[in-house]
Design a protein around this ligand. Structure first.
Ligand SMILES: Nc1nc2c(ncn2[C@@H]2O[C@H](COP(=O)(O)OP(=O)(O)O)[C@@H](O)[C@H]2O)c(=O)[nH]1
Ligand SMILES: [Mg+2]
Length: 375
């Protein structure tokens, strides 16, 4: 039952390389050349490009040095998820313990209590009903002899729901990743974390500051760029974000970097403009580099709960999302929203933000996640 995203995909298959996803008539403005003014070179060669730090070419630190708990990466991931998702575990596993206390048999009344608990733990009505329905069917098949079986069955159903396709294989260079999402969800911080992960893998990232709305946004990205030793391509505040992307991709090609991350604006009060801006960025990227952007990652703030699902719908309709990053999973009891987002969008969860530091972004792992929230 994955309605709107699946439907959209069927109706509007992602076009091959050059053209962006929304099959819309382009406006005159969209077709106009992107040059910033008469007599000016349309795209001066990245005038503000930060010089490539020479240390950027050195071998990055080994993974274990930066993630000491990742000497055994999978174990470290389970531990980190458990530690950072403790409030969500309190809500879910703690709630289950309370519901199951003193009960041995599983009956319809118990499933009803479970239903209430899942809704309050931010799984959303639809996802909760989906899970409870699956459990009711198991109960009818007499598979739920006791609460332990029920707990195991819930774990299984959650895992089924979170099982997404494997991440796209990186097949070309530069690999271009566009990050979108409303203001304050963590896009800029997440780009820094992603760039950091790239460096740990010995790859070279380049960052494009296409949130030209506020000077502070560009500065923030520049500071992160220095920290992760990644060049940042920018223009003046107020510049056309699509032009910055064009410059940025030219620089990425010239420098032969491995990966490009594009930071975008996310102010909500101009929703229509924002979506138009993102579409234009998408088209410009595709024109400059056929096939780009190769991934469009939507950043959602877990603390906003069910609101995250409606944001996903909006952005997916505008630019066609390929994966989701849920930030601020640390310190919130609303981690259950991950299940709602996965179920209601049908899009794969790619990363979880588990804190504000550079190391606090981890690839999404369904088993580690479910183990962390169910205790
Ligand atoms: N606790 C926590 N804070 C985060 C996380 N990701 C981002 N933030 C914080 O959220 C705030 C907004 O982040 P920013 O990257 O500027 O959001 P943007 O407007 O989408 O670019 C900053 O204070 C970040 O430190 C996360 O995973 N956990
Ligand atoms: Mg930002």
């Amino acid at each position: 039952m994955r309605r709107w995203f699946r439907r959209k995909k069927e109706e509007e298959p992602q076009p091959e390389s050059a053209s962006p996803p929304p099959a819309e008539a382009e406006t005159a403005e969209d077709n106009a050349p992107l040059s910033s003014g008469p007599g000016e070179a349309p795209f001066p060669e990245a005038p503000d490009a930060a010089p490539l730090d020479s240390s950027a070419d050195q071998t990055p630190e080994p993974l274990e040095a930066v993630f000491p708990d990742d000497a055994e990466p999978r174990k470290g991931l389970f531990r980190r998820f458990r530690e950072r998702l403790s409030r969500s575990r309190e809500a879910l596993a703690g709630g289950l313990d309370r519901v199951f206390a003193g009960r041995r048999e599983v009956d319809a009344a118990l499933l009803e209590e479970l239903e209430e608990l899942l809704i309050t733990a931010d799984l959303g009505v639809e996802t909760t009903l989906h899970l409870v329905q699956a459990l009711k069917e198991r109960l009818q098949r007499r598979e739920l002899a006791d609460v332990d079986r029920l707990k195991a069955a819930l774990r299984e159903e959650m895992l089924n729901l979170l099982q997404g396709p494997a991440p796209q294989e990186i097949t070309t260079r530069p690999w271009v990743v566009l990050l979108v999402g409303v203001n304050g969800v963590g896009k800029t911080t997440t780009i820094a974390k992603l760039a950091h992960l790239e460096r740990l893998q010995g790859r070279t990232p380049l960052l494009i500051a296409a949130d030209t709305f506020r000077a502070a946004a560009v500065e923030q990205l520049e500071i992160w760029g220095e920290r992760v030793k990644a060049p940042v391509i920018k223009q003046k505040t107020g510049a056309d974000p699509a032009a910055v992307v064009f410059d940025g991709l030219a620089a990425a090609l010239a420098r032969e970097v491995d990966t490009v991350f594009i930071d975008t604006a996310g102010r909500l009060h101009t929703k229509v403009n924002l979506m138009e801006e993102l579409k234009k960025i998408y088209r410009t990227a595709a024109k400059k580099l056929p096939g780009a952007p190769h991934e469009v990652l939507l950043v959602l703030d877990a603390t906003t709960g069910q609101n995250a699902v409606s944001q996903a719908r909006l952005f997916h309709e505008a630019v066609g999302i390929t994966g989701i990053i849920l930030t601020k999973m640390d310190g919130t009891a609303k981690g259950g929203v991950a299940l709602a987002v996965a179920q209601e969008t049908g899009l794969p969860l790619r990363y979880l933000g588990l804190g504000e530091g550079l190391e606090d972004l981890r690839p999404f792992d369904a088993e580690a996640f479910v183990a962390a929230i169910l205790g």
